[in-house]
Design a protein around this ligand. Structure first.
Ligand code: IPM
Ligand code: MG
Length: 357
């Protein structure tokens, strides 16, 4: 029997609640699909700042590196908002992405059939289904470029730098094209090449990489146009390939098309087998501790972990179809519609477990 070592980074806000539900689901899968899971836990973000003074203690890095895979809740909250940038909870998240070399962030925006009505986008625009994969570069660009403040013309000026090396663009482009080959063979590369030099290099490099994938249709869109096209005609997209900051923004938008940001999972991969899995939403401090958060994005992140890191595709499929079935009658408040049961975070986790058994 395979045993997988999973490091849990529950984080802040709703992080602990949603991770607990995802762990319940993973345990049920382990029994059903005959594998074992050993858990370790480490601190990241605000809770790490409170306990150790650092948003990313060395112990957390070591534990994550020792694990087969990492499951993360969310980090951040008003308590730590006044700290300087490099000491904020978010710096811990960026730090662990960098430390583990997780350059490829996969964010699938899919609509679960029962949730079609929950999308703010009209039925006729969505059609029968929607399945977009956002491939976001995660360890470069403006998130990791030089930043700071300086005196300019007698006043304070702040700057952040968008920067990409050819090698960084190449490796993320390959991930997107490989992904497209397993899907509908279409890549839309999103940039701002009409203004930004880093985007011009991005576009040139993506065109180069595309030469190795003659079966994949490649097109290029500016990010502002993409934001519009996502709500105008989301069905035109298969794989969206984009940089760190555009991917951050567009994946929130894409998640809303699927009904709620509480539904969107993500996988962050390094090219080796291990990876980090997290919902794309934040720590939602306003609803933390109330047992009303939607745990499905985290549960679906576990499905991605099973598929991409642990080679347990059958278990991944089972989670996704269990979620689909549970959604027919049960909703957390963020996706609630009349005629369904309004359930808590814990109840939602229990329902998915029951459906899996
Ligand atoms: C995300 C989040 C993070 C990001 C924040 C919390 C730093 O918004 O994973 O999308 O911007 O990458
Ligand atoms: Mg984001």
């Amino acid at each position: 029997m395979n045993t997988y070592k999973i490091c849990l980074l529950k984080g802040d806000g709703i992080g602990p609640e949603i991770v607990n539900e995802a762990v319940k689901v993973l345990d049920v899968c382990a029994k059903k699909f005959n594998f074992a899971v050993e858990y370790d836990e480490a601190l990241l973000g605000g809770c790490a700042i409170d306990a150790t003074g650092s948003p990313l203690p060395q112990e957390t890095i070591d534990k994550c590196k020792a694990a087969d895979s990492v499951l993360l809740g969310a980090v951040g909250g008003p308590k730590w908002d006044k700290l300087p940038g490099s000491q904020r909870p978010e710096a811990g998240l960026l730090g662990i992405r960098g430390e583990l070399g997780l350059f490829a962030n996969l964010r699938p925006a899919v609509i679960f059939e029962p949730l079609k009505g929950a999308s703010p986008v009209k039925d006729e625009i969505i059609g029968d289904s929607l399945d977009i994969m956002v491939v976001r570069e995660l360890t470069g660009g403006i998130y990791f470029g030089e930043r700071g403040r300086r005196e300019t013309d007698g006043e304070v000026e702040a700057y952040d730098t968008e920067q990409y090396k050819v090698s960084e663009i190449k490796r993320i482009a390959k991930v997107a094209f490989d992904m497209a080959m397993k899907r509908n063979k279409k890549v839309t590369s999103v940039d701002k090449a009409n203004v930004l030099e880093a985007s011009r290099l991005w576009r040139e490099t993506v065109i180069e990489v595309a030469k190795d994938y003659p079966d994949v249709e490649l097109n290029h869109l500016y990010v502002d146009n993409t934001a519009m096209q996502l709500v105008r005609n989301p069905k035109q997209f298969d794989v969206i390939l984009t940089n760190n900051i555009f991917g951050d923004i567009l994946s929130d938008e894409a998640s809303m098309i699927s009904g709620s940001i509480g539904m969107l999972a993500s996988a962050s991969l390094s090219g080796s087998n291990s990876g980090l899995y997290e919902p794309i939403h934040g720590s939602a401090p306003d609803i933390a501790g109330q047992n009303i958060a939607n745990p499905l994005a985290t549960i679906l992140s576990v499905a991605m972990m099973l598929r991409y890191s642990l080679d347990e595709a059958e278990a991944a499929d089972a989670i996704e179809s269990a979620v689909n079935n549970v959604l027919k009658n049960n909703r957390t408040p963020d996706i609630y519609t009349e005629g369904t049961n309004n359930v808590t975070c814990v109840e939602m986790g229990d329902l998915v477990c029951k459906e899996l058994m």
